[in-house]
Design a protein around this ligand. Structure first.
Ligand code: ADP
Ligand code: MG
Length: 500
């Protein structure tokens, strides 16, 4: 951030009275530090008062020891640095604890009240005082309150492993991801009920990683002092093994237990079968949870479907909120294509946008890939992306045709009909009602799509093709003999008839 905005703001604070050098340096340093995380700054500096800065000695008052400690740990490194640069002196801080602060640095936690040195603390008689630039002496006697500093866009320090574009602003919300989105916003401190842990699950390419990155970005920008750890479960395993090898377990534990305010672990299913890492994660989880630190975990399965995962971990994953993400509906897909085109500066007509959204149904990553490929080809050939061009190009690369249901559509409708979650169909669960719904879905897929048995086996949680064959035969037979089964099938077929 350049110093020009705070500089200009600080000089306008003077209003007829020259701040002494120390006050001026302090004001600038405050503007800079606050700009990084206004909400957090205001919260803590409503308990801090500036007394003076003379010959490198900064005298501050704190409402209590807790505030002093916090400010010292999280704000003074930045403030001190800034002051050192501005004054050319090394800064020494003298604190005093004073329960009754009359001029806190931020006197309203929600908005910044700039520093008002003692001599300026007189309130104006009327608002006219502030608007009359001609009478400097009047200002001296009855100074106007300084105008608020311009809000500097808060950008916290970078966090390892975060994709800069995976923000809430770039995430399209629809019925398929509404719950996960709202819960992520709340976990990121945007209001709403916070759940701990937040467990986000769903198939690949549906936006789980995007959401956890968005949480991290938001918390970082709102709370400069927040210690955020984002890690994939795979990297967690590697780090753990490395720490064991190097005998640096105390460091590893400190990072995940003591020095962490927000822990985001992506793709937790990767811990399957890794008992020692699971044990370590279990203890980190407990330590953070007990300290009310937010934990967010993503997974491609629901907690109870995680294979080779310790029961006590699975049960902890269910303590908070389990929010799933389903494949997006057509409207959401259209909005996503639009958003991605806008972000990538790709010009797209509405009909092409719709065509792409209709053709790629199950996976947002694929949707995005299709758009990028199309744009790259068009740019290579120097052509605009028109509908005919999109049709021809995509015919070669995408299998599904518009207006034809996909395996995922059928699975979605079947789940909706039997009130199951979509991952139930892919799970190993042999419970009678789930197995029946699975068989029905397999049967309908075979009837309606040009999929082979092995293809269907893969689409239903990597099952053997013989399982699909026997399921299809069973439902075929029941359809003729069992009126209840027939009624189910007809109801689902009616819904499928109206799918998009
Ligand atoms: P997952 O972690 O579930 O496999 P990702 O979060 O990596 O999926 O998402 C895959 C791609 O799709 C990313 O580029 C992401 O930005 C995009 N994406 C997914 N869902 C959405 C959405 N609702 N809005 C915008 N982009 C999305
Ligand atoms: Mg992911």
């Amino acid at each position: 951030m350049g110093a020009s905005a705070p500089d200009a703001a600080a000089s306008s604070l003077v209003h007829g009275r020259d701040l002494d050098q120390g006050e001026r340096a302090w004001t600038l340093a405050v503007a800079f530090t606050r700009g990084k995380s206004p909400a957090s700054f205001d919260q803590w500096f409503s308990g801090v008062q500036f007394d003076s800065l003379t010959d490198g000695v900064l005298s501050l008052r704190a409402r209590d020891e807790f505030v002093r400690q916090w400010v010292e740990d999280y704000f003074l490194p930045t403030l001190g640095d800034r002051l050192r640069v501005q004054t050319g002196l090394s800064i020494q801080v003298r604190w005093c604890i004073d329960g009754t602060l009359d001029r806190p640095v931020a006197d309203r936690p929600a908005s910044f009240a700039p520093v008002q040195p003692r001599a300026l603390s007189v309130r104006p008689r009327s608002s006219d005082d502030a608007s009359s630039p001609s009478d400097a002496s009047a200002h001296r006697m009855v100074p106007a309150p300084p105008p608020p500093l311009p809000r500097v866009l808060a950008v916290g320090p970078p966090i390892e492993g975060l994709h800069t574009k995976y923000t809430f602003a770039n995430f399209v919300v629809g019925p398929s991801n509404q719950l996960a989105h709202a819960a992520s916003m709340a976990a990121g401190g945007a209001g709403g009920r916070r759940h701990n842990p937040l467990f986000i699950c769903g198939g690949t390419g549906l936006g789980k990683t995007h959401l956890v990155h968005a949480i991290a970005h938001r918390v970082r920008d709102e709370r400069l002092d927040a210690r955020i750890v984002y890690i994939s479960a795979e990297k967690f395993v590697n780090e753990f093994v490395q720490a064991l090898t190097d005998q640096r377990m105390h460091e590893f534990r400190a990072r995940y237990r003591d020095k962490c305010d927000l822990l985001l672990v992506d793709d937790i299913h990767f811990l399957a079968g890794k008992t020692q890492t699971q044990e370590e994660f279990f203890h980190a989880f407990n330590a953070l949870h007990q300290a009310s630190k937010q934990i967010v975990v993503t997974s491609d399965k629901y907690p109870q479907q995680l294979d080779k995962m310790e029961e006590r971990l699975v049960s902890r994953f269910q303590w908070g909120l389990v929010a799933d993400i389903q494949a997006p509906e057509l409207e959401t897909r259209v909005a996503i294509v639009r958003k991605k085109a806008q972000l990538e500066h790709i010009e797209l007509t509405d009909d092409v946008c719709l065509y792409i959204a209709q053709s790629v149904r199950s996976n947002v990553r694929e949707l995005e890939g299709t758009l990028i490929r199309l744009a790259a080809k068009a740019s290579l050939l120097g052509k605009p992306i028109e509908l005919d061009f999109a049709r021809t190009e995509m015919a070669a690369t995408t299998t599904a045709r518009p207006n034809e249901a996909s395996v995922e559509d059928i699975q979605r409708v079947v789940c909706h009909h039997f009130k199951l979650r979509s991952t139930d169909l892919l799970s190993k669960d042999r419970h009678k009602s789930i197995a029946f719904a699975r068989h029905v879905a397999m049967y309908l897929c075979k009837q309606r799509l040009k999929c082979s048995f092995p293809e269907l086996g893969r689409a239903f949680g990597n099952r053997d093709h013989t399982t699909v064959i026997s399921a299809v035969r069973k439902v075929e037979a029941l359809r003729t003999t069992d009126p209840e089964v027939r009624a189910h099938l007809e109801a689902i077929e009616r819904k499928l008839g109206s799918v998009e």
